[in-house]
Design a protein around this ligand. Sequence first.
Ligand SMILES: *Cc1c(COP(=O)(O)O)cnc(C)c1O
Length: 385
Amino acid sequence: MREVFRRVQEIVTGIDDNTDIYGAVVPPTFENTIYRYPDFDTVVETTKGHVARYGYSKNANPTTDALEKKLAALENGEAARCFSSGTAAIYTVLLSVLKQGSHVITVNNVYGRVVDFLRNWFPQFGVETTYVAGTSLADFEAAIRPNTALIYLESPTSWHFELQDIRAVVKLAASRGIKVAIDNTWATPVFQNPLDYGVDAVIHSASKYLGGHSDLVGGAVIGSRAYIAGLPQLGAVLSPYEASKMLKGLRTLALRMERHESNAMAVAAMLENEPKVRAVRYPGLRSFDQHELAAVQLHGCSGLLSFTLDTDPAGVRRYIDALRHISIGGSWGGFESVTYAAAMSGDPEEDIVKRGFAVGQIRLSVGLEPLDTLLEDIRGALQRV
Ligand SMILES: *Cc1c(COP(=O)(O)O)cnc(C)c1O
């Protein structure tokens, strides 16, 4: 077993998750809203912080605490906070750093909700954003202003898979007093640990690989104890039931990522040799334009990739509708393979291209199915292009 998988499995099974209760081998789910205090003085002592007790589940919950302990350890962080979605986690991080008149730098192909917040909600507080390609350090250097407060990374991005050199960006940011946050959803804590490179906050959409079973929406932020303690409390907390499902997902995280990676590598390699496929975007491929950076920054690759069919939108539709096993869907990171085409926006070709996509571009979340099932399904559909 590769060291990264062993490390993750040891953390996941090695950290106590309240399994001492009646000897239960999986942690119970605490769905209660409040906790009873034995007497008057205990309330006073708890309020003063002299006694650590659970009081109200929005503030702390044993099931969520068990999950947060594991997520912090998985990212080599001191502390973690879970949220009701990845989007809530992102918004909380933005609010934790940005002040009136702050400037943010992020990458062109960052997750769409980040753009939504920075374009539609933050300008009323005088917050401005600069978008950069991010594939060269000079992009960030040129964008820095005296009021730059945050560099928000997503490496790799989730359609084109451009990488940013995290170590180099952190070094630059530190020299100017700028905080760095990163969306690490694609790589998962198995394949990338950005806190090791000095970032201030790591964000995950747990709705993808951390949950892993397409049955929960959640998010997490990991960082230093002081940073996490200082996050604004927006009330967008993860429910204990979802926390319990995520704890279950984590038990197989290493196992799943190993299979996602090997399946995706094989699918990407197959696609590269198909005459009807013009380009494959997957950081694990030797032909990937940032493969060298990927090799030193990532410990491995997850299952999300994209490729471009050498055809028009009608050919893309024939390909998608010919798939027998792979589902059509917008999200990713689950056990089942799911695909989506850029042309599904329904926009005119020139708008799709203007947004930086190819008309025939297809995203594929490679799941955990037997590899032959996937290869046969894709090859069969390609014959219909
Ligand atoms: C899905 C996603 C998010 C948002 O997560 P939700 O849990 O859907 O709110 C953030 N970043 C990336 C890269 C994503 O794919």
